[in-house]
Design a binder for this molecule. Structure first.
Ligand SMILES: [Mg+2]
Length: 234
C-alpha cells in the first residue's frame, strides 16, 4: 500500500467496544435522574422502555435519526412529559440526563493494542476519525493521535453517505485513493468509503463470518495488523 498518505478510522466498535460504554452510561444517567425526580417518574424506566420511546421519536422524525444527541434529548423530554412533567421541567431533566450520559459515554476502553498501533501510525501518517456516533474523540486521551474527528451530527447525512468522507479528504488535502479507511461496519465504512474511491480495511472486530464476500481491499481482526499491511514488502 505504497500510495497511502493518510488514514481515517471509524470509532465505535473499531477502536473500542461501544455497547459496554453505552450501557454503563445509561445506567449512570438513570441513577442520576432518579436522584432528581419523584420516584414514580423513573419507576418504569429501563433499557427497553427508553428504547421504545426513542423508536417513536425516530419514527416521527426520521430526519433527526443520525443526530444521536438530539434523539436522546428528545427521548428524555418525551419520557418526562409522559410522567406529567411540565415542558420546562422535562427540558431541564433531559439536559441534565444528557450531560451525564455524554460524560460517561466518553469513558471508553480501547481494544488491546489500539494505543500502541495508533501511536506508531500517527508518526507516519495523519490520522482522522469519521463516526456516526457521538463519541468526543478529541477530548479523550486517544485524541492526541488524531488531526480531527468528524461526527455525523454535524453533517446532513451519516456514513455511508459520501459527505463526511469527502470532508475528511478535503481537510487532509489528499486524493481519495491516497486514503485508507478502517472500520467495522461493512455498509457504513467499507461500502461508504469505497464509493468515494478510498482504499478500505474491514476490521472484523467481532470475528464474524459474513454471508457474502466483503468488498474491502483488506480484512483484519486485530488493529496491529494494519502496521504490517502498510509496510512495503518487496
Ligand atoms: Mg463502528
Amino acid at each position: 500500500m505504497k500510495s497511502i498518505r493518510a488514514l481515517t478510522f471509524d470509532l465505535d466498535n473499531t477502536l473500542w467496544e461501544t455497547d459496554l460504554s453505552i450501557l454503563n452510561a445509561e445506567d449512570v444517567m438513570a441513577a442520576h435522574l432518579r436522584g432528581l425526580t419523584p420516584a414514580a417518574w423513573m419507576a418504569d424506566f429501563s433499557l427497553e422502555t427508553f428504547r421504545a420511546v426513542r423508536q417513536q421519536i425516530v419514527q416521527e422524525q426520521p430526519e433527526i435519526a443520525h443526530n444521536l444527541t438530539v434523539v436522546r434529548r428528545q427521548t428524555l423530554v418525551r419520557w418526562f412529559q409522559h410522567q406529567g412533567a411540565t415542558e420546562a421541567e422535562a427540558e431541564e431533566l433531559a439536559g441534565e440526563g444528557f450531560r451525564i450520559f455524554y460524560q460517561e459515554r466518553q469513558k471508553v476502553k480501547p481494544y488491546p493494542g489500539t494505543v500502541e498501533t495508533l501511536s506508531h501510525l500517527s508518526k507516519i501518517y495523519p490520522l482522522a476519525a469519521i463516526t456516526n456516533g457521538n463519541a468526543d474523540l478529541m477530548a479523550m486521551p486517544l485524541g492526541e493521535y488524531f488531526q480531527f474527528s468528524l461526527q455525523s451530527q454535524h453533517f446532513p447525512k451519516p456514513k455511508p453517505d459520501p459527505v463526511m468522507f469527502e470532508e475528511a479528504l478535503a481537510r487532509l488535502n489528499i486524493e481519495a485513493h491516497e486514503c485508507l479507511h478502517i472500520g467495522d461496519d461493512i455498509e457504513h465504512d467499507v461500502i461508504g468509503a469505497s464509493q468515494v474511491g478510498m482504499k478500505t480495511v474491514w476490521f472484523n472486530t467481532h470475528g464474524r463470518t459474513p454471508e457474502e464476500a466483503v468488498p474491502a481491499d483488506h480484512t483484519i481482526t486485530r488493529l496491529e495488523q494494519l502496521v504490517d499491511l502498510l509496510t512495503p514488502h518487496d
